[in-house]
Design a protein around this ligand. Structure first.
Ligand code: GLY
Length: 379
């Protein structure tokens, strides 16, 4: 069977968010063509909503393969961004600003100290700061503060600008991105290729298919099952600061953060709500992460509100990514479940999936194979 446009594709990527676009870009860097199919706007569900934090050490409570994956992706950011800037002239405001993780009260200190012990054994650049040192690093911390860990090599990127640059690079590389295509099912064609069916009645054929559909991955029927990814909504907001006084990303308990962006806005987030694919902003949601600031960094609450929004994180049952081939359907690959770290993990996911598509089996991805969730059709 021919594709919708009468041709068979080498690779179809389902999903035009940061992950799908990064895979297409890495494939193109290796001379491989792909076509991206996107249901709505590229990056519409998660990428445009992301705070863009690049902070591996605050995204896990233990050493191991997940932290290795996060750190590897952080190390790929400078060349990734340099290449995009060179190709497009568009800057995604990437910065190694440093990140602080704070213990506001003395009773928060032992847990922070314990984290510092195991993390500083992995990275000797970390600094345990008493309150005055932490305040010198981040002037927004005028309130109650006991101590902090400083991560000097971590930072952030402006996610909407990152995907804009990536889309610009894909366009220059003549990688097609079709919008308005809702993929519903993938099935083997019977002669070594895959068929990609969409809600609009279309059917495309490809040698290889990568599912990178983010929070909507489980809507797609694949041989034997669906991928169990749950959308987790995050409410978030931005305030405008009058200058560039604020400099570091700060993580504060129980699960808040603020991110001073290079354009003078400060992004503050975020809730975690499992409410399906609905996105909404509520006063109660915003209070969850704004209330702790009244004692920690009260000045931020006096700044003019710029805007509020919410997005959908794609969470797998073990909250870890799903990366690699479908165990029983040759040619079908999954790149999903990036949950809180789609932006951070984009460069390493692009490399890993390009390796898989070229017939490799990248070691970093082996702990994250899809077969841990996909039931065998034979048992
Ligand atoms: N990466 C932070 C969040 O998902 O809220």
């Amino acid at each position: 069977m021919a594709g919708k446009s009468g041709s068979r594709e080498e690779v179809i990527i389902v999903g035009g968010g940061i992950v799908g676009c990064a895979i297409a870009w890495h494939l193109s860097c290796r001379g491989r063509k792909s076509r991206i199919l996107e249901r709505q706007e590229p990056g519409g569900l998660a990428t445009h909503a992301a705070a863009g934090i690049l902070g591996p050490m605050n995204e896990t409570d233990r050493p191991g393969p997940f932290l290795d994956l996060l750190r590897q992706s952080l190390s790929l950011y400078p060349p990734f961004v340099d290449a995009l800037v060179e190709e497009t002239g568009l800057s995604p405001d990437f910065t190694t600003s440093g990140i602080l993780s704070v213990a506001p009260r003395p009773e928060d200190r032992p847990a922070l100290k314990a984290r510092f012990e195991w993390q500083s054994a992995l990275d000797s650049s970390l600094v345990f700061c008493e309150a005055p040192e932490a305040r010198a690093l981040e002037p927004a911390l005028t309130g109650t503060l006991d101590s902090a860990i400083y991560y000097p090599d971590e930072g952030h990127v402006y996610a909407p600008r990152l995907i804009k640059a990536l889309l610009g690079a894909l366009s220059r590389r003549r990688i097609p991105l079709e919008q308005g295509v809702s993929v519903t099912r993938i099935a083997p064609s019977g002669h070594g290729t895959l068929l990609v069916f969409d809600r609009e009645g279309g059917c495309r054929e490809a040698e290889k298919v990568v599912l990178a559909a983010g929070a909507l991955l489980s809507d797609i029927e694949i041989p034997g099952t669906r991928v169990p990814v749950t959308p987790v909504s995050g409410q978030i907001l931005a305030v405008r600061s009058p200058g560039s006084f604020y400099r570091r990303v700060v993580f504060y308990p129980p699960h808040g953060y603020f991110v001073p962006k290079l354009d003078g806005t400060v992004v503050i987030g975020a809730t975690e709500e499992t409410i399906g694919t609905r996105t909404r902003v509520t006063p109660a949601g915003l209070m969850e992460f704004l209330s702790p600031l009244s004692s920690l960094a009260p000045g931020l609450l006096e700044l003019p509100l710029h805007h509020t929004w919410s997005g959908l994180r794609p969470k797998s049952p073990d909250a870890l990514p799903i990366l690699g081939p479908h165990p029983e359907c040759p040619g079908l690959f999954l790149a999903g479940g990036h949950y809180r770290n789609g932006i951070l993990l984009a460069p390493v996911t692009g490399e890993i999936m390009a390796d898989w598509i070229e017939g490799g089996s990248p070691a970093l991805s082996l702990p994250f194979l899809p077969d841990r969730f996909l039931k065998s059709r034979n048992g």
